[in-house]
Design a binder for this molecule. Structure first.
Ligand SMILES: [Zn+2]
Length: 80
């Protein structure tokens, strides 16, 4: 599979085959993405539009061997 290099100024992540979610490689990426989501929600509130990226937590996926996914649901594991 060839690497994709198209980027529109936003980080581009692959997708987990099992869950269809963004697949982040490490917890650091997950934290980065959570911060980006939080910033997007703040901006949406200012602009008076509905935020579409409601993720609040990250967790490690068993199905794509150590990939990290974001979720808006609370779980017993994962990052704050
Ligand atoms: Zn996965």
């Amino acid at each position: 599979m060839a690497k994709q290099h198209h980027s529109k100024g936003k980080k581009h992540w692959p997708v987990c085959q099992a869950t269809g979610k963004l697949r982040l490689r490490e917890s650091r990426d997950a934290k980065f993405a959570l911060a980006a989501a939080k910033a997007q929600r703040a901006r949406a509130r200012i602009d008076g539009v509905e935020a579409t990226w409601n993720v609040t937590r990250a967790y490690e996926c068993d199905l794509c061997s150590g990939g990290w996914h974001l979720t808006s649901q609370r779980t017993d594991y994962g990052l704050e």
